[in-house]
Write a new protein. Structure first.
Length: 253
């Protein structure tokens, strides 16, 4: 029976690919991928030769219908992203949804995922967490998004690019306060690195190179004193005055 097969691929170390993932790629009639050159390197490493079609965020709408047409004609189509699990901050959900609407089979081959790997290594609570994806590139939109997540009590997980990592940390510090965090860089790769501590502590140790996952404690990790301090600082910033000026305004005669 033909199907869409979502195949998780390594986020760095090629040894992380599963035997089931390799079997699925070998048995597929066609492989849909974000970057054909990158996927070709992966396939060549394992001696797999298959027809490739491009499937990325800019052609996802059009290609979803093409892929569904292939499946309806009896072909097995494997879908991979550049790294990790398809449709998790990568293209994929549109074609999955279309397959579900048409009554076509969808098979998932689970495997590497940067968000889950980072959470596992963070030492932060994992009983409740939220994957919040990439932050908006514009600072105003980024702060607004962070504000919407400030009250969430579980651990938060973000992806971030190297050229925005420091500004993202600054905005998190301003919005969330000085929470505990784990900054994960280049997971499973040669220069893999983990930075643990408060947001204010880790910033100076961050190297602006590679791919980042930010894992940060939720609101339940804040003490009452920390919440009061955060509220006080936000009020002062809104008013545009210092603590001394606030004291003079209300208490000094």
């Amino acid at each position: 029976m033909s199907a869409l097969i979502l195949v998780a691929t390594p986020i760095g170390n090629l040894g992380d690919i599963s035997s089931r993932a390799l079997e699925s790629l070998r048995n597929a009639d066609v492989i849909a991928c974000e970057d054909t050159r990158r996927t070709l390197k992966l396939l060549s490493h394992f001696g797999i030769q298959k027809p490739l079609i491009s499937y990325h965020e800019f052609n996802e709408q059009e290609k979803s219908h093409e892929i569904v047409g292939m499946i309806e004609s009896g072909k097995n189509v494997a879908l991979v992203s550049d790294a990790g699990t398809p449709s998790i901050s990568d293209p994929g959900y549109r074609v999955v949804r279309l397959c579900r609407e048409r009554g076509l089979e969808v098979i998932v081959i689970p495997g590497p995922n940067a968000a889950i790997a980072a959470l596992s290594a963070s030492g932060l609570p994992s009983d409740q967490f939220m994957f919040a994806g990439f932050l908006p590139p514009r600072q105003s939109a980024r702060k607004e998004y962070l504000e919407s997540l400030r009250a969430f009590t579980g651990t938060l997980i973000f992806y971030e690019a190297p050229h925005r990592i420091l500004s993202a940390i600054d905005d998190m510090h301003e919005v969330f306060g000085d929470r505990e965090t784990c900054i994960c860089r280049e997971l499973t790769k040669i220069h893999e690195e983990y930075l643990f501590g408060k947001l204010s502590e880790v910033k100076e140790r961050i190297k602006e190179l590679g791919e980042f996952v930010i894992v940060i404690a939720g609101a339940r990790g804040e003490t009452q004193t920390e919440k009061q301090e955060w509220t006080r600082e936000r009020v002062l910033k809104t008013l545009g005055i210092s603590r001394n000026e606030l004291y003079d305004l209300f208490f000094k005669k």
